[in-house]
Design a protein around this ligand. Structure first.
Ligand code: GRF
Length: 294
């Protein structure tokens, strides 16, 4: 699939093809959205310390509204990571991850948003921020959706390093888990393996926790395999379940913790602090001490 068909999957984006200038080894890719056109240049001659310059210009105005920002793309020798976020709903986790990228606490950029619902809050937010939106999967109602193979090709075009599921309700096909091994995370609002699997999503999870009498709940972040909620657990946070909690009360308390935990974990992932134990369990090296893990 070429850049044109790739970008045309978002109803809000107008395609502009990528350009390559062989003379000075600068590759230039352009992404245009309803409000913004963004230019991204990459010096292919300097792979170690790649520098990017970005410029956002308002399509409706000749005036530049934001100045080019030169930024060092490496931090302590670690390349900045490209992130794809998948959402189906409001996207509050997506927003907190995006904010942390913009604010610099995550050494990464959200380069594309994937959704099965073009009208969801997360997709709206992405369009507003000039982030390309891709519809996946294809469905009877949405002819523009991509097939799994096309999605893999699209994510490769965006040079995606990691995929972050943040309230994406569709099962991830095997084509994707194979193409991105040990590179895809999901957040679930209970302490897995309890209250997970097919049918456990949204308020159903919190209702089941309360009905069970469990005194603790909390978010789990795990790597994604081709089943619901069964991939290796990377991080968890405990939240109390109070005697008079409604599902909404508990959901709000857990969600607050989700925002903190997902940002911390993605920061670790982008800083290459996720280590795989010999038995296949992923652990996180703490920022403070290279010999300390959680
Ligand atoms: C979160 O509770 C997350 O754990 C689950 O879906 C919800 C998404 O919420 N997978 P939001 O769209 O990020 O607000």
């Amino acid at each position: 699939m070429d850049a044109k068909s790739l970008l045309s999957v978002s109803s809000q984006n107008t395609p502009i093809p990528s350009l390559l200038n062989p003379k000075n080894s600068l590759s230039l890719s352009l992404v245009q959205s309803r409000k913004w056109v963004s230019f991204r240049t990459k010096n292919l001659l300097a792979p170690q310390t790649v520098r990017y310059s970005r410029r956002l210009e308002c399509i409706n105005s000749v005036q530049k509204v934001k100045h080019a920002v030169d930024e060092e793309d490496t931090k302590a020798g670690i390349k900045k990571k490209n992130l794809a976020v998948f959402v189906s709903g409001g996207g509050s986790n997506f927003r907190s991850i995006h904010d942390a990228c913009v604010g610099g606490s995550i050494h990464g950029d959200v380069v594309v948003l994937v959704t099965n619902k073009l009208g969801c809050g997360g997709a709206e937010y992405a369009r507003d921020k000039g982030i390309p939106v891709i519809l996946f999967p294809k469905s009877k109602d949405e002819a523009n959706g991509l097939s799994p193979t096309d999605l893999v090709a699209a994510l490769r075009k965006f040079e995606v390093d990691f995929i972050l599921l943040a309230g994406y309700l569709k099962l991830i096909p095997v084509e994707l888990t194979r193409a991105f091994p040990r590179s895809m995370l999901n957040i679930h609002p209970s302490l897995l393996p309890a209250f997970g699997g097919k049918g456990y999503y949204g308020m159903k999870v919190h209702n089941a926790v309360i009905a069970s009498g469990a005194r603790y709940s909390g978010p789990t972040i795990h790597f994604v395999d081709e089943h619901y909620d069964t991939g290796r657990i990377l991080a968890q946070r405990v939240v109390p379940v109070l005697w008079n909690d409604t599902a909404q009360d508990l959901a709000a308390r857990v969600l607050q913790e989700e925002h903190r935990l997902y940002v911390e974990v993605v920061a670790a992932l982008c800083e290459e602090r996720v280590i795989w134990r010999e038995d296949g369990v992923p652990i996180i090296q703490t920022k403070e001490n290279a010999n300390d893990y959680s």
